[in-house]
Design a protein around this ligand. Structure first.
Ligand code: SF4
Length: 388
C-alpha cells in the first residue's frame, strides 16, 4: 500500500484521544453524526441486534445525495453510547465499523493543489491544548500518511489555487500568500491586534490586485510586506495603537445572540456567563461606558504574556482553512479576513467575559470557550472526499 506524503504542524503526532476521561467528550456534544454510504452498507449487512439498535437511532435524510445521521438524545449524547458511555458499535464490531467521521475526528485532512495537509480540530479540547499552548513559533514538517479508511485517503476539504488565481503560477502565488500571512501573524514584536491590522492591510492590497487582474504583482506586494516587517516599518502603528483594544461590542453581541438561538447548551452557557461578566443584559445591545476600559484591563490581566495563544489560533486557522481563500469557496479575500477577525474577537470576548464572571482567568476556561465556540461555528455536516 503506497504511503502519501503529508504536510502537518509539528504538534500533530502528539495527539492522543483521552476517551472516557475527556471532560467534553465529542460523543456528548449534540452532534448528529453523518454516516457515509460505505459504512451504511456495512450496517445493512449486519444480522444481529446491532442492526435494530442502529435502525432505531439512525435516520436516513436523503438517498440522493446520500445522507444518514446517527442521532443524539435530549442531553446531547450520541444515541449509540451505552450506560457506561462507551460506543456500542465499536464495542461489538470494532473500530472498522465506525463511520469515517468517528474514525477520523479530530483529524482533518485537506487536499491542496494535489498536496496532502493535515491538522487537528480545535473543537477537541486535547487538540486545542496542543495547538494553542506551545510558546514556540508553530512549525511544520513533512510526514508520511498511510491511507486510512478502506485503503484510501479521506479528505475533509479540497482547494485548488487556480479556482481563485487564474495565473499559471497560481500554486506558488497561493503559497506566497499563506507564508506572508503566517509571517505577519508570527511577528512577535507587535501585539496580536496590530498583527491583525497589518494582515488586513496586506489582504486589502491582495483584494485589489485580484479584482483588477494584476495577479503577477502579488509576489512583489508579499515581498514588500516581508521587508517592511524586517525593517520596523509598522512600528509607527504600534505607537498609535494602545495596548489591548476592545472590539466593537454591538457586532459581537449580535453574532453571539444568533448563536445562542442554537441548541448548543455548553456554548449557550458560556455566552450567558460572558454577558454577566460584562454586566450586559440578554437581548440588549447596550454596553456600559466603561466597557472598553474594563475589557482592556481584563484582557491584559491574562494575555499580556500569553499572546502566543491567539497567534497560534490564527496561524492554525490560516493554514487549516485555506486562508486567504477558504474551503467554502468564498472568493472574496477581504470577507475571509473579516471572518477570521470575527472569530478571534468572539473567542476573546467569550473568554474575557466568562473569566470575569468566574473571577478566575485560567487555561481550562480558555480551552472550553474555544472548543465550544468551534463546535458550533466551524462544524457543519462535512462532505468527505475520497481519493484512491
Ligand atoms: S473530544 Fe477529543 S479527546 Fe475528547 S473524546 Fe473526542 S476526540 Fe477524544
Amino acid at each position: 500500500m503506497d504511503k502519501v506524503k503529508v504536510f502537518q504542524p509539528h504538534y500533530y503526532k502528539k495527539f492522543k484521544c483521552t476517551g472516557s476521561e475527556c471532560k467534553n467528550n465529542c460523543c456528548r456534544h449534540n452532534w448528529q453524526i453523518r454516516i457515509d454510504k460505505g459504512t451504511y452498507d456495512k450496517y445493512l449487512s449486519l444480522d444481529d441486534d446491532m442492526f435494530s439498535q442502529l435502525s432505531e437511532n439512525m435516520k436516513v435524510m436523503s438517498e440522493d445525495p446520500f445522507l444518514a445521521l446517527i442521532l443524539s438524545d435530549s442531553d446531547g449524547n450520541c444515541k449509540m453510547l451505552d450506560d457506561r458511555g462507551w460506543c456500542r458499535i465499536q464495542l461489538k464490531h470494532g473500530h472498522e465499523f465506525l463511520c469515517r467521521t468517528c474514525r477520523l475526528y479530530p483529524r482533518k485532512t485537506c487536499l491542496v493543489d494535489n498536496e496532502t495537509e493535515r491538522f487537528l480540530e480545535l473543537s477537541c479540547e486535547v487538540a486545542a491544548q496542543l495547538i494553542l499552548f506551545d510558546q514556540n513559533i508553530m512549525k511544520f514538517e513533512e510526514a508520511e500518511l498511510l491511507p486510512i479508511v478502506d485503503g484510501r485517503v479521506v479528505y475533509n476539504h479540497q482547494l485548488e489555487a487556480q479556482e481563485y488565481i487564474s495565473s499559471l503560477n497560481s500554486v506558488s502565488i497561493f503559497w506566497r500568500l499563506r507564508i506572508t500571512a503566517i509571517a505577519i501573524m508570527q511577528s512577535r514584536q507587535y501585539k496580536v491586534r496590530l498583527r491583525m491590522l497589518i494582515l488586513c492591510l496586506f489582504i486589502q492590497q491582495i483584494d485589489t490586485l485580484l479584482a483588477e487582474g494584476r495577479e503577477s504583482e502579488i509576489t512583489l506586494v508579499a515581498d514588500e510586506f516581508m521587508k517592511q516587517l524586517d525593517t520596523g516599518h509598522f512600528d509607527t502603528l504600534r505607537n498609535q495603537m494602545p495596548d489591548g483594544t476592545a472590539p466593537e461590542p454591538g457586532v459581537i453581541l449580535d453574532v453571539l445572540g444568533e448563536m445562542a438561538k442554537g441548541n448548543n447548551i455548553k456554548l449557550n452557557n458560556c455566552i450567558k456567563q460572558a454577558m454577566e461578566g460584562f454586566g450586559l443584559q440578554p437581548d440588549s445591545l447596550e454596553v456600559s461606558e466603561d466597557f472598553a476600559e474594563n475589557y482592556k484591563k481584563y484582557y491584559n490581566q491574562y494575555f499580556s504574556d500569553k499572546e502566543y495563544i491567539f497567534e497560534n489560533y490564527i496561524v492554525h486557522n490560516i493554514l487549516s482553512e485555506g486562508f486567504p481563500f477558504n474551503y467554502k469557496h468564498e472568493t472574496s479575500v477581504m470577507k475571509n479576513y473579516a471572518e477570521l477577525l470575527a472569530k478571534f474577537e468572539l473567542i476573546e470576548f467569550l473568554f474575557v467575559g466568562v473569566s470575569r464572571r468566574r473571577m478566575k482567568f485560567d487555561k481550562r476556561t480558555l480551552i472550553e470557550c474555544i472548543a465550544f465556540f468551534t463546535r458550533s461555528y466551524d462544524h457543519n455536516l462535512k462532505d468527505f472526499l475520497i481519493r484512491d
